[in-house]
Design a protein around this ligand. Structure first.
Ligand SMILES: [Zn+2]
Length: 69
């Protein structure tokens, strides 16, 4: 996994149960549906944590944005 240091620090504080839910809740642009995805990258974008990975069904790119407050 390739996480930026800031993204890693935030992700480290996310409880295991919440992580599992987030990773089941990515939107795959190829399936056009919510899919479980394999996490590959994490980065901060303004006030969002972007989780980037691969769709568990088709292997397409999935991005899951999490609003930070
Ligand atoms: Zn897919």
């Amino acid at each position: 996994m390739a996480f930026t240091a800031e993204a890693q620090a935030i992700w480290d504080k996310v409880p295991e149960e919440t992580r599992a839910k987030l990773l089941d809740d990515g939107f795959c642009a190829r399936c056009l549906a919510k899919r479980h995805f394999d996490l590959e990258q994490g980065e901060l974008r303004d006030r969002e944590l972007a989780l980037i990975g691969k769709c568990g069904t088709c292997g397409g790119r999935v991005v899951r944005l999490i609003q930070l407050d």
